[in-house]
Design a protein around this ligand. Structure first.
Ligand code: NAD
Ligand SMILES: O=C(O)C(=O)C[C@@H](O)[C@H](O)[C@H](O)COP(=O)(O)O
Ligand code: ZN
Length: 366
């Protein structure tokens, strides 16, 4: 087992990474301060892992709340089911909410923990690659609004993150690829040598090679922990973790939540960010193509939805959380392995990026 730390003063916490950690209650017990525990999961993950986790927490009084599965349920109505479960079981302020599932469960359970009786203890047990490399770390929690992704939420850090890499054995291939989008993101924004490693190991990752997966998870979590430790509430460098997300969130919202997976939208959105960075002359066309090729090899889409117009993108992007005083800040690549957040770009370059021929770019690489 490997343990990393998110360094946030009195809110610091460990990230434990290893195979079979679900069966190691001693990693959780020190972070549970009362007798009550509420495990939040969904209809897909609960049949796979809920009984095992409940058994390993036998010393506590455990209830579970099993939510419907999917991004389409990351909303107020489903959040209410968590509060219903907590109140029905008479959970008090010393309860601990545990998220057992992917990023949707983690974001919702975390937001519920932040709100329930004004804040109770929270633990992340992520079971998708995406949630293991990204969403379980850093304390962004929340739900979607019909007009925009993650528009209602709170920064609320967990007490511990427990990553059992064996849980990826049951993950569908499409979901594994979606997780690779956020892994590739770290290489692009802050770790160019990791991109080379990914080019050498993407096939092993897709084949569920445990050694390769564990390494990719550790390196991704280390990158995220460093960024979050430096800027917990996104007043600066944390916004670089949003590479591809301004375009990607527009795709998710426009297409209907869950039609494109988050990681798929991030992949196509990052290709748009690469294209814009190339148009600004910050990276070369060869470097842009290097990124496109890696997303393709990871099994991810690199062409935005045909039906989305430039106006559609601009309308959704206008309410991005990085907008300040009506000016849209974008995450772009100054060079491979170095992201910047900027509102200093000609409007025409953004227009040209939205209108670019991504089908042609994809065919060149495919
Ligand atoms: N808070 C953050 O910092 C952050 C970061 C990235 C993404 N997110 C959010 O995370 C969400 C995406 O997360 P996701 O990709 O994990 O999606 P998800 O939570 O919808 O999980 C993907 C699918 O895999 C299933 N699943 C989960 N674990 C499984 C397992 N071990 N075996 C079999 N099936 C399993 C789920 O039931 C679901 O059907 C989005 O809502 C996104 O906005 C948040
Ligand atoms: O942790 C962050 O910060 C991120 O931006 C990570 C992203 O991968 C993630 O999708 C996050 O939920 C997006 O945040 P948002 O503030 O743009 O909703
Ligand atoms: Zn993301």
């Amino acid at each position: 087992m490997q343990t990393l730390k998110v360094d946030l003063g009195e809110r610091s916490y460990p990230i434990h990474i290893g195979e079979g950690l679900l069966d190691q209650p001693e990693l959780l017990a020190p972070h549970i301060h009362g007798r009550q525990v509420a495990i939040i999961s969904n209809e897909t993950v609960a049949p796979l892992y809920l009984e095992r986790l409940t058994r390993s927490l036998a010393q506590f009084s455990v209830v579970s709340v099993v939510l419907p599965d999917g991004e389409a349920f990351k909303n107020w109505e489903t959040l209410q089911l968590i509060f219903d479960g907590l109140l029905t079981a008479r959970h008090d302020r010393r309860t601990t909410v545990i998220a057992l599932g992917g990023g949707v469960i983690g974001d919702m359970a975390g937001f519920a923990a932040a709100c329930y009786q004004r804040g109770v203890d929270f633990i992340q047990i992520p079971t998708t690659l995406l949630s293991q490399v990204d969403s379980s770390v850093g304390g962004k929690t929340g739900i979607n609004h019909p007009l925009g992704k993650n528009m209602v939420g709170a920064f609320y850090q967990p007490n511990v993150v427990l990553i059992d890499t064996a849980s990826l054995k049951t993950l569908p291939a499409r979901e594994l690829s979606a997780g690779l989008a956020e892994v590739i993101k770290y290489g692009l924004i802050c770790d160019e040598p990791f991109l080379t490693w990914l080019e050498d190991n993407v096939d092993a990752l897709r084949a569920l090679d445990q050694t390769a997966l564990t390494y990719a998870i550790e390196r991704s979590c280390a990158a995220k922990a460093a960024v979050v430790g430096a800027d917990e509430k996104e007043t600066g460098v944390r916004a670089t973790l949003n590479l591809g997300h301004t375009f990607g969130h527009a795709i998710e919202t426009h297409m209907g939540y869950g039609v494109w997976l988050h990681g798929e939208a991030v992949a196509a959105g990052t290709v748009m960010a690469l294209e814009m960075s190339a148009r600004l002359g910050w990276i070369s066309e060869q470097e842009r193509d290097r990124g496109i090729r890696l997303f393709q090899r990871a099994g991810l889409p690199v062409i935005p939805p045909e039906e989305m117009t430039e106006a559609d993108f601009l309308e959704h992007m206008a309410i991005d959380k990085k907008v300040i005083d009506g000016r849209l800040r974008l995450v772009l690549l100054r060079r491979m392995g170095e992201a910047v957040v900027t509102d200093d770009y000609p409007k025409e370059v953004l227009q040209a990026t939205l209108g670019a021929d991504y089908r042609a770019l994809a065919q060149l690489k495919g």
